[in-house]
Design a protein around this ligand. Structure first.
Ligand SMILES: [Zn+2]
Length: 98
């Protein structure tokens, strides 16, 4: 199990502080998560908050960590720009080196 899958699984498993999956379900879910992570791509995107219009650039751990939901640093609004994992970037790859 990858570290990322492990953290996703433990979060789901301990939803609301209650263990919601049994041992077998945990390993099945971990496999599924790992498979999704392996085939998935993080799509670099230019993102703006749909609520307040602030530019959204993923920095630090979020720049490399795959995620779907983005939280605006200005107003706190959360949104999903796409069905796949996305990363808010300053420049699209190939347009300018960061
Ligand atoms: Zn915002």
């Amino acid at each position: 199990m990858s570290k990322l899958a492990e953290s996703i699984v433990s979060t789901v498993m301990l939803k609301c502080g209650v263990r919601v999956l049994n041992g077998e379900e945990v390993s099945e879910y971990a496999e599924l998560v790992d498979a999704e992570l392996a085939k998935g791509l993080v799509i670099p995107m230019l993102l703006w908050c749909p609520e307040c219009g602030a530019r959204h650039v993923d920095e630090g751990e979020f720049a490399t960590k795959k995620h779907h939901t983005h939280a605006c640093q200005s107003c706190g609004h959360c949104w999903r720009p796409a069905i796949v994992a996305t990363c808010g970037v300053r420049f699209l790859p190939g347009f300018k080196n960061d």
